[in-house]
Design a protein. Sequence first.
Length: 288
Amino acid sequence: MRAANDGSQTSDRDLRDFSGTLVLVGAGKMGAALLEGWLRLGLAPNRVAVIEPMPSPDIATLAKRGLSLNPDLRTLRDPAVVVLAVKPQIAAEAIAPLRPIVGAATLVISIMAGRTLQFLATALERAGAQAGALVRAMPNTPAAIGRGITVAVPMRASGAQRQLAEALLSATGAVEWVDDEALMDAVTAVSGSGPAYVFLLAEALAQAGVAAGLPAPLAQKLARETVAGSGELLHRSPLDAAVLRENVTSPGGTTAAALEVLMAQTGLKSLMEKAVAAATARSRQLAG
């Protein structure tokens, strides 16, 4: 892969040859997870500038290895990439200082929930920057362990810039692309918010175990390991989730009795459809 504006070259899941400048705006949980992934894939710390008013001790330590922490933005003109990893509520505030650096050939990647490509383009133009290639992406929290999934949609991005964006986003897990930005609200509802649904499942399963008479520590252990192990089996198996479910279910057995409740008309499927619909609608509201 090659950055369009400075000849930076990378290969899939390998950033050792990236020779441009990458500016990370925001190094909270998700920004820090991305940074950790980039460094793990060979990105040199001296290629990275981090803008973060409250850096973690780990980020401060990286500054001793060459990473530039909160530099004067005027020294970073025309970086290859700017990654916006701040909360959407402060998007305009975070974008405004980028006027001195973002050039027409800079690739801007946003992982801000709900902020559309048009919002980014307009905000950059209002800040006096030249809005060139944009990528809007939605990662999820398993990125912290390299098992996330990110969905991205491009705007005015060349093939090389799209490849570079994928190399950067894949540092925390799988990457999928869509051409219709309208799908990003449903993406947010399914994968962006999805980990919370899984954690709620583990929480509810543990509580149900306690209600059935199990000691709380044992119920929590069983629920946690069952959800985690089942997720790993689903990850490794080529079989569909439905087939894996059927493989656990014996006719007339205990699992079948439980699934009769969960798969009732008002059961889990119906609740999940309502939950995802609610999250999708809220994502649209946040986007304005």
